[in-house]
Design a protein around this ligand. Structure first.
Ligand code: SAH
Length: 238
């Protein structure tokens, strides 16, 4: 018979070793994701790859979807929204071209995963979500993971950006806009600020990168993507 003290010690040991193995296997899955889905497909920014290697994506998906946390696909989150495919998160982050201490605006917080990747790269992030349920969930999750000091989560219509926080070094829109909102162009840092967003009809879009230099806005197309709609004043009607 084990005494209560020994049982408590054993319980703690097996409990923590269970966690140890779960964390180990998630780390292995992240390694594989970074190699096969990102590096192999042409993501080259080492800072982006390093961030994707450490942020625990399983903490951002529904518990019922944990087995798919590192799968090569978008996954459903509450309010009928999605957490983007890992490759798309990496590609948008790479295209944004931001680094330590840059101030970044994200529109469409969703699960908070993209915001965590930006924070992990050293950015200071303001992220806006129109569904309070998602914003609350993301805020709690990001606090638990220790990102609160670098990420502010707000509820509201982000399609008009956040003029009070402008100029932004980077603006990343994680939902599809029918056209590039003028408000977002205007809020970019004139010295090379970048806006990355999907533009097009509701069912298919192109990933567009806008770089501002003074009063010139250079646009380029990074190829086809499919996102949930940006709903609001600068997006689609609700
Ligand atoms: N970046 C997220 C994925 C978000 S999916 C992640 O890493 O999980 C896109 C999100 O944009 C959805 O949560 C949707 O509710 C939100 N959204 C759509 N229109 C919006 C708007 N006008 N303002 C703020 N958020 C918006």
């Amino acid at each position: 018979m084990l005494g209560p003290r020994l049982r408590a010690i054993l319980g703690r040991m097996t409990g923590s070793s269970g966690r140890f193995w779960a964390e180990r296997s998630a780390a292995d899955e992240r390694d594989r994701m970074v190699e096969r889905q990102l590096r192999h497909r042409g993501i080259v920014d080492e800072r982006v790859l390093a961030a994707m290697l450490v942020v625990p994506r399983e903490a951002f998906v529904d518990p019922a979807q944990r087995a798919l946390a590192y799968a090569d696909e978008a996954l459903p989150i509450p309010s009928g929204q999605t957490i983007s495919q890992p490759y798309i998160v990496a590609r948008m982050t790479e295209l944004l071209g931001v680094g330590p201490r840059d101030r970044v605006l994200e529109i469409g917080t969703g699960s908070g995963y993209q915001a965590a990747i930006l924070a992990e790269m050293g950015c200071r992030v303001t992220t806006i979500e129109r569904h309070a349920e998602l914003a609350d969930g993301a805020r709690a999750r990001l606090a638990e993971l220790g990102y609160s000091d670098r990420i502010e989560v707000r509820v509201g219509d982000g399609s008009v950006g956040d003029p009070g926080g402008a100029p932004w070094r980077g603006i990343l829109v994680a939902a599809a806009a029918p056209s590039i909102p003028d408000a977002l162009r205007e809020q970019l840092d004139p010295a090379g600020g970048r806006l990355v967003l999907p533009v097009g009809p509701r069912d298919h879009q192109d990933l567009i990168v806008v770089t501002r230099n003074g009063n010139d806005w250079l646009e380029r197309n990074d190829g086809p993507v499919a996102f949930v709609p940006l709903v609001g004043e600068g997006g689609f009607p609700g």
